[in-house]
Design a protein around this ligand. Structure first.
Ligand SMILES: Nc1ncnc2c1ncn2[C@@H]1O[C@H](COP(=O)(O)OP(=O)(O)OP(=O)(O)O)[C@@H](O)[C@H]1O
Ligand SMILES: [Mg+2]
Length: 704
C-alpha cells in the first residue's frame, strides 16, 4: 500500500539493494555504503511512485519532478538505475553524450541489472545519423559519384560492416573513424529517408532500433536525440513517451543548452546543396524531358557559392552584425529565387520523389524567407520544430524572444533562430501527462541554490535535493596551480602547460587526463607531449581525442599500463575511470565559454538590459560548473588519491578566482611543484599513506 507520496515496497527494495551486505555490494568490488547515494535512490523511487499517484503539489516531497545534485563520483548512476530497474515501470534514461550513453548501456546497466537479478529488457537508441542506411549506401556505391576517391574504399568497408553488424551503429564499426566524411553517404537524413516506401525497410537499422526501443522496459537515449524529438524532428523518442512512466536525465546541467540548440530552427547551405543534387538526379530519372535539370541544379549551387563568399571568414555572426551585412542578406534572398518552385509544382505529379522534392523546395524557401523577415523584425519568432508550423501541437516558446545568428563554415553557411528560453516547452511537456521527471548531475546548483536550473527548465514546484561528495578531498587530493604558466593569452602558453604537465605525468607513470578547453589546445598538447614521450623513451602511451571513438579511447585508457589521454569537452563530464588508473588531471585553463558565441552574447545583452551582472550571473557560474566537472574525473572512490593541476594563474590572481576555488570540493592547495610530484609518486598506485592536511592548507568548503 503506497504511503503518502511513496511506494513502501519499492522503498524497501531500494533500501535493501544499497545495504553494505546487499546485492550491489556483492557485485561491485570496493563497495561502500554511501548515505547520499542511498538517499538519492530513495528520492528517485519516490518521484517515480508519485507520478502514478497524482498527489497534489502541496507536499514538496510528493512531487513527481525531482532535481538532485550529488558530487562527482558519488555513484549517481546506481542511484537512479536501481529504482528504475526495481520500479517495474517503463523508463527513459537520457545521458549528456553518446559516449556516456554507451558507457551506461554497455557497462553500468547490465552490471546493476545482473546484480539485482531482475528480468528487465533494455534498448539503446541513437539518432538516425548513427546507423548505416542500406538503401543510401547501396545507391551511392552504384552511382559512384564521389568528391573524394578514398570515400569509395571507406564505403566498401562500411558495406562489409553492415553485412555482419546487428545494430549498424557506427560507433561499433571497427577501424572506421566515427567522423569519416563517407558516413554521410552511408546514412540517411530525415529529408531523404524513404520511410515506408523503402525497399530495405525490413532490414533497416533505424527502424529496428526504434522497434526494440518500443518493446524495451528501459531505453537509453541522449539529450540531443530527446530534444530533437521534442522539437518534432522525428527521431523516434516521442512515440515512446505515451507509455513512459519516468524520464531520467543524467548530466542534466547540459539540458538547457542542448534544448536551446534544438528548439530553435536552422537552415544550411548543406541542405541546399543536397537538394540541388537530388534535384538533378531525380529530375533526370523521373522527368528528363520536363526541364533542363542540370541548369536548375547548378543555379542553386552557384547561389550557394555566392552566399558562402558573402559570409567571409569562418566564424559566427550575431544579429547586430547580420543586420548591417547587406551582401549576405541579399545572397540569402537570391538563393531563394534559384529554387525552382514552379517547375517542381508542375512536375510533382510525375513521381513520388518529385512531389517530395517540391515539398522540400517549399520548406527551404519558407525557412530562408522567415529568417530574413525575422532579421528585419517583420515577423514573430516561429515555434520550434520543422516547417509545417500549422501542424505544431501548441505554440511552444513563441513567448520567448529568439536569437538570430549565422555560422560561417569553411564550406558553407548555416542560418539559425534560437529561443532565449526553453522553459515553456519543457513545462508544457511536463504538464501534459502524469509522469516522473528526474534531473541529476554533479552541477545543478549555483552557490547551493537551484533557482537557476529550475527557472531555465520551467520546473517550478520540483523537489530539489543535494548531497556533498562523500570523499576526503583534503587528505586524498591536491590542487596544484603551477607557478610558471603565465598568461593563458600569451603565445607560448601551450608549451608552458606541457612543461608543467610533463614532470607530473612522468612522476605519476601516466594515468593522466589532460583536459583542454579548445580543440587547438588538444592538438598542441598532443604534439608537445608526444615529443617529450619520444625524447624520454618512456613507456607512457599517448591517446588523443579523435584517434578512435571515445568509447574505444576510454577502454584503451582503462587497459593500458601508463596512458595519457588528451581530450576536450566530451571527456570533461561523466567519464568514469576509478582508482590509481586515473590519478592525475591536468586542466589547461579556466573553462570560460568562447566569447564569440552569439547565443551567449545575446544572453549577456538580455541580462545587462535587465540590470543584472552577466559575468557574475552567467559566465562565472558556467565556468565553475565546467571546472567542477573536469576536476570530478579524479576522485571516484573512498580510496582514490590524485592531483588536479590547473595551469591558470587567474584561479589565484583574479578576484573571481576565489569563488571558482570555492565551487570545487575542498582540495588541499599548493603551488609547490615538489609537493605535487611527491603526491603523484605516492598516489599512483602506492598504498595510502596518511598525510593529514593542516587547517591552513585546506580550501574553504563549498557553500551548501
Ligand atoms: N557505493 C559505492 N561504493 C563503491 N563504488 C561505487 C559505489 N557506487 C558506485 N560506485 C562506483 O563509483 C564510480 C563512480 O560512479 P558514477 O559514475 O555513477 O558517479 P557519478 O556520481 O555519476 O559521477 P559524475 O558526476 O562524475 O558522473 C563507478 O565506477 C561506480 O561503479
Ligand atoms: Mg555520472
Amino acid at each position: 500500500m503506497p504511503g503518502p507520496g511513496g511506494d513502501s515496497r519499492l522503498d524497501a527494495a531500494v533500501d535493501t539493494a544499497f545495504r553494505a551486505d546487499g546485492p550491489l555490494a556483492r557485485a561491485q568490488p570496493g563497495y561502500v555504503a554511501r548515505v547520499g547515494q542511498r538517499e538519492m535512490a530513495l528520492a528517485v523511487a519516490r518521484a517515480i511512485a508519485c507520478a502514478g499517484l497524482h498527489s497534489g503539489p502541496a507536499d514538496p516531497e510528493a512531487s513527481a519532478t525531482l532535481v538532485a545534485e550529488a558530487g562527482t563520483g558519488t555513484g549517481k548512476t546506481f542511484a537512479y538505475l536501481v529504482p528504475a530497474l526495481l520500479s517495474g515501470g517503463r523508463i527513459l534514461i537520457s545521458t549528456g553524450t553518446r559516449n556516456l550513453q554507451d558507457q551506461l548501456y554497455h557497462r553500468d546497466l547490465p552490471r546493476v541489472r545482473d546484480a539485482l537479478g531482475v528480468g528487465v529488457t533494455t534498448a539503446l537508441l541513437k539518432g538516425r545519423s548513427n546507423y548505416v542506411c542500406r538503401h543510401h549506401l547501396r545507391r551511392n556505391l552504384e552511382e559512384g559519384r564521389f568528391e573524394r576517391r578514398e570515400d569509395i574504399a571507406v564505403l566498401r568497408r562500411i558495406e562489409r560492416f553492415a553485412a555482419i553488424s546487428g545494430s549498424g551503429d557506427r560507433s561499433e564499426a571497427p577501424g572506421i573513424a566515427e567522423d569519416a566524411p563517407a558516413w554521410a553517404r552511408a546514412t540517411s537524413t530525415r529529408e531523404n529517408c524513404l520511410g515506408q516506401d523503402c525497399p530495405q525497410l525490413a532490414d533497416c537499422f533505424v527502424f529496428r532500433a526504434r522497434q526494440a526501443a518500443q518493446q524495451a522496459d528501459i531505453v537509453v537515449v541522449n539529450h540531443h536525440l530527446f530534444c530533437a524529438d521534442l522539437a518534432l524532428r522525428d527521431e523516434g523518442v516521442s512515440e515512446l513517451l505515451p507509455t513512459t512512466d519516468a524520464l531520467i536525465f543524467d548530466e542534466a546541467h547540459q539540458l538547457p543548452e542542448i534544448a536551446t540548440q534544438f528548439f530553435g530552427r536552422s537552415v544550411s547551405t548543406r541542405q541546399l546543396v543536397d537538394f540541388a543534387r537530388d534535384l538533378l538526379r531525380i529530375g533526370i530519372a523521373d522527368a528528363r524531358d520536363a526541364a533542363d535539370w542540370a541548369a536548375a541544379s547548378s543555379a542553386i549551387e552557384q547561389g550557394v557559392r555566392v552566399l558562402r563568399l558573402a559570409g567571409g571568414r569562418p566564424g559566427r555572426l550575431d544579429a547586430r552584425q547580420l543586420r548591417v551585412h547587406a551582401a549576405l542578406r541579399s545572397a540569402v534572398a537570391d538563393v531563394v529565387a534559384t529554387l525552382p518552385m514552379r517547375l517542381l509544382e508542375a512536375a510533382a505529379e510525375r513521381s513520388r520523389d518529385l512531389a517530395r522534392l517540391a515539398g522540400r523546395a517549399r520548406e527551404l524557401a519558407h525557412r530562408l524567407q522567415h529568417w530574413l523577415a525575422m532579421l528585419d523584425g517583420e515577423t514573430a519568432p516561429a515555434a520550434p520544430g520543422g516547417v509545417g508550423d500549422a501542424e505544431m501541437p501548441t505554440g511552444a516558446d513563441e513567448a520567448s524572444p529568439a536569437i538570430l545568428w549565422a555560422e560561417v563554415h569553411q564550406t558553407g553557411v548555416t542560418l539559425h533562430e534560437t529561443p532565449l528560453s526553453v522553459a515553456a516547452t519543457f513545462r508544457r511537456h511536463r504538464e501534459a501527462a502524469a509522469r516522473a521527471w528526474i534531473f541529476t548531475s554533479a552541477t545543478l546548483a549555483v552557490a547551493g541554490r537551484f533557482d537557476h536550473f529550475v527557472t531555465a527548465m520551467g520546473l517550478e514546484g520540483a523537489r530539489t535535493l543535494r548531497w556533498d561528495s562523500p570523499f576526503d578531498f583534503a587528505n586524498h587530493a591536491l590542487l596544484y596551480v603551477p607557478r610558471d604558466c603565465g598568461d593563458p593569452a600569451s603565445p607560448d602558453f601551450a608549451r608552458r602547460v606541457a612543461d608543467a604537465a610533463w614532470p607530473l605525468i612522468q612522476a605519476n607513470g601516466g594515468r593522466a587526463f589532460v583536459l583542454c578547453t579548445s580543440l587547438r589546445m588538444v592538438e598542441q598538447q598532443a604534439t608537445l607531449l608526444g615529443a617529450r614521450i619520444r625524447d624520454a623513451g618512456t613507456d607512457i602511451e599517448l591517446l588523443v581525442q579523435g584517434q578512435a571513438s571515445r568509447l574505444a579511447l576510454i577502454e584503451r585508457f582503462r587497459a593500458l599500463r601508463s596512458p595519457v589521454l588528451v581530450g576536450s569537452a566530451s571527456f570533461w563530464e561523466g567519464v568514469d575511470v576509478a582508482g590509481a588508473q586515473l590519478s592525475l588531471v591536468v586542466i589547461d585553463k579556466l573553462p570560460f565559454a568562447a566569447p564569440d558565441d552569439p547565443i551567449l552574447r545575446a544572453r549577456i545583452d538580455a541580462m545587462r538590459s535587465a540590470g543584472g551582472d552577466p559575468f557574475r550571473q552567467i559566465q562565472l557560474p558556467a565556468a565553475a560548473m565546467a571546472l567542477k566537472q573536469g576536476a570530478g574525473r579524479l576522485i571516484r572512490s573512498e580510496a582514490d588519491r590524485g592531483v588536479l593541476a590547473i595551469c591558470d594563474e587567474r584561479l589565484l590572481g583574479k578576484s573571481y578566482g576565489a569563488s571558482l576555488v570555492k565551487s570545487l570540493p575542498p582540495f588541499r592547495l599548493t603551488r609547490d611543484e615538489r609537493e605535487a610530484l611527491d603526491f603523484c609518486l605516492a598516489s599512483s598506485g602506492a598504498p595510502l599513506t596518511a598525510t593529514p592536511a593542516t587547517s591552513a592548507d585546506r580550501l574553504p568548503q563549498s557553500p551548501s
